[in-house]
Design a binder for this molecule. Structure first.
Ligand SMILES: *Cc1c(COP(=O)(O)O)cnc(C)c1O
Length: 346
């Protein structure tokens, strides 16, 4: 049994999902004639109370399109220092849009309205024009942390007052909504645009959706074409997204409970310096000096368990659709037995 916790992007389509995909009604989406894609775009927009949606090959593309539509070259994007748009999108913010980034030291990937206000630029030719604030919910590098509605509302109020756009990188927004005390519509009302990944915990093989108002999506559609993301009979993969939204949202609770038990098991290790609080499906463990994360990864791999080193002394485990309760049982046993070995390194 191979147990793979490197990422929630690793899921394989289920039989049921595949059979829905095979039967999808399709057309040329660049002509706007793929009924399955149109249905998916409308479905996601509706969930969050937005007007329109745009189906794209990846979450990187939906984020980068949003940045491109919201900014002009030289404009400033304000986000957390851990933000995926800045750290993990190939420098696209600068390369695709000529934007500059001001990075804030947030709390596990989450920034506050106060922090945003403290870096906003005056209207002065010396400065870049502050144009866009981007949040990430849940925060990937922040260990799956969730924003409070109140903070998003405060940031939205500030953005409105200062004429800034507010974008959400919602790659794992359904993980957040599964735990948070706010609805998709309450969250949706805070943002001008949201990027949602279908290929993470939701278990679709490909695809992300960008949502916003009609005018925003109209502009985004041109940028998608320019970035090479206009697809043709892609309804076959969009069908997997619809299936995932109908069947794989509520079950995220299972991933979250699995992640909690993994986190708890690591707290037994004397070599652990800090377990990042487990809020959703991501477990990040920081080790004490002397522990080589790569060695920890190798020790697990010998037991058929795949995890990721995030840095020299940090590991990450992500739960998802293909991680069963039986696998968690095996994993917890492995954590218990390896602890005695790894603890000797610290
Ligand atoms: C995975 C992810 C994305 C998009 O990644 P793609 O692989 O391009 O789909 C964007 N933001 C966050 C926070 C992510 O975790």
């Amino acid at each position: 049994m191979r147990i793979d916790l490197r990422s929630d992007t690793l899921t394989q389509p289920t039989e049921a999902m595949l059979s829905v995909m095979m039967k999808a009604e399709v057309g040329d989406d660049v002509f706007g004639e793929d009924p399955t894609i149109n249905a998916l775009e409308d479905k996601v927009a509706q969930i969050f109370g937005h007007e329109s949606g745009l189906y794209c090959p990846s979450g990187t593309m939906t984020n980068q399109i949003a940045i491109n539509v919201h900014t002009r070259p030289g404009d400033e994007v304000i986000c957390d220092q851990y933000a995926h748009i800045q750290l993990y999108e190939g420098g696209g913010l600068a390369a695709n849009s000529g934007a500059t980034a001001t990075l804030l030291p947030g709390d596990r990937g989450r920034i506050t309205a106060e922090q945003v206000a403290s870096v906003l630029k005056a209207d002065d030719p010396h400065f870049p024009s502050s144009r866009l604030v981007a949040l990430e919910n849940t925060s990937n590098k922040g260990g799956g942390s969730i924003y409070a509605l109140e903070e998003m509302q405060k940031i939205k109020t500030l953005c409105d007052a200062k004429d800034l756009a507010l974008h959400l990188d919602g790659a794992r927004v359904f993980n957040a909504l599964n735990v948070a005390d706010y609805s998709a519509r309450e969250l949706g009302a805070q943002f001008d645009s949201i990027s949602i990944c279908l290929s993470k915990g939701l278990g679709a093989p490909v695809g992300s959706v960008l949502i916003g108002n009609k005018e925003f999506i109209y502009k985004a559609r041109r940028v998608r074409k320019r970035f090479g993301g206009g697809m043709r009979q892609a309804g076959f993969i969009a069908a997997a997204g619809i299936y995932a939204l109908d069947h794989h949202v509520d079950r995220l609770a299972e991933d979250h409970s699995h992640a909690k038990s993994i986190g708890a098991a690591f707290t037994e290790w004397a070599s652990v310096a800090e377990l990042v609080p487990v809020e959703t499906n991501i477990v990040i463990v920081h080790f004490k000096p002397g522990v080589d994360a790569q060695k920890v990864v190798e020790a697990f791999r010998e037991k058929g368990i795949y995890i990721l080193a995030l840095g020299p002394g940090t590991i990450r485990l992500v739960t998802h659709l293909d991680v069963t309760s039986e696998m968690i049982t095996v994993l917890l046993e492995a954590i218990k037995s390896l602890g005695k070995i790894i603890d000797k390194m610290a």
